[in-house]
Design a protein around this ligand. Sequence first.
Ligand SMILES: [Fe+2]
Length: 389
Amino acid sequence: MLPGAPAIMKSASQALTRAARPLLVPRARALGLAAPELVQSDNLPKYNAAKLAGRPFMPGSESKGLPATLNPIRVDFPAVFHPKAPGDADRLPLEEWGAMVREIVDRELPNTGVLLFRGLPIRTREDYARLFDGTGLAPRDYVGHAGRREQLDTNVYSSNDDPLEYTIDIHTELSFMPAPPQKVIFCCIKSPGEHGGGETPVTDMRGVMRDLDSSLLDRVRTRQIRYVRNIPDKSRSSWNWQSNMHTGDREEVERFLTGKGFSYRWNADDSLSYWFSTDGLCEHPGSGETYWFNQMTEHNGSCFKVHPEFMNETKDISQFPKHTSYGDGEEFSAEDLAHVREVQWKNSYGFHWRVGDVLVMDNFMVGHGRMGCNPGVTERKIIASITKN
Ligand SMILES: [Fe+2]
C-alpha cells in the first residue's frame, strides 16, 4: 500500500484517484500489524437462479411476460466488499468494522445504490447490533409498517414473519409513509443455503423507471396511490393492529392515524380499517432523481390470492389486510399490475445469503423483496434495520 493510502479501498487503481483518508485502527497499529481493510471483490458469487415464471406462492407468477428466472447479481449491483486478508475478520471489534462499513456506504452507495458486506464476524443479532452502532447511522422505527415483523433489539427487527414459502413482491420500504427510511439494512443470521431459495432480490429502480409504461407513470403521478389496511384484532390473528401499531390503546392509535392525515374505521369485529393516498413517485432526497417509490404491487390485495394463509378465502381483494388502488379509489387493472410486476422482476437480481452477510440499500434507488424458500427449508433468519439518514 502507498504511504498515506486509505485503509479502505475499492481497488488499488481506484485508490490512486481517491483522496487519501486514513482510518484509525489503534489496536492493529499497537500490534504492529497492517490495518485490516475492506476491499471490493473481483468475483461475482455463483448463483442458482430462482424460478420466477410459474413459481408457487408468488404474486403475478402466472403472468406471461414474467422472466423465467431471477438475474444473478451484476458488477456493482450490489458491489461486494470483504476483509482483505484471511483472518482479518476477528482482528477488530465489530464497532470498528461498522465504522469502515459506514465509510464505504457514504462513498459508494450514492453510485451503486446497494452494497453487500461479506465475511464479517457476525453470527448473532447482538453481533449485528454492535456493527450497526459502529456505523453511526440513525435508526428509524417501523411504527405504521404493514408487514409482519418483530422488534428484536433497539434498532433490530425480524425482516418479515410471513410463511417461508411465500414470495414477497418487490417494494421500497415504508414508501407509503411520511419520512420514509433512507437506507434499509439486512443481515443474515441463518441462511437457507444455496439450494434453499429465500434470496432477497434487489431491484434497480432506475431500470424500473426506464421500463415502465409512460402512460401508467403519468396516471400514478397525477392520481397518486391509495393504501388500504384491514387489520384484525389480536383476538383473531397473530397479525393484528395492536402489534402493528405497537399499542393496544385505541385512542393512541386514533391519535397516530389522525396525526398522519389518515382516514380510519373500527369495524364490528374489532378490526381496524384505515386508508390514505400518497405519491407513487418520489424525488431522491440527495440526487433529486425521480424514482418509482411505492408498494403498488406488494400492498395489493391480489397478493393474498397466492398467500398460503389466505389463498382459500373467497373475499374480494379489497377486503384483504392490505390493498392498493389509484388515489381516487379506482382499482388498478390486472394488466397494469402484471406490467409493473414484470418490469420490477426484470430489473431484479439475486444472490445466496451467507451467515454474516450485511446488505445495505439506498431505499429510493433500490427495491427489494423475498423469494419463497424451497420445500423442506425450515430455517432462514434475516434481521433488518432502517435508517433516517
Ligand atoms: Fe421490505
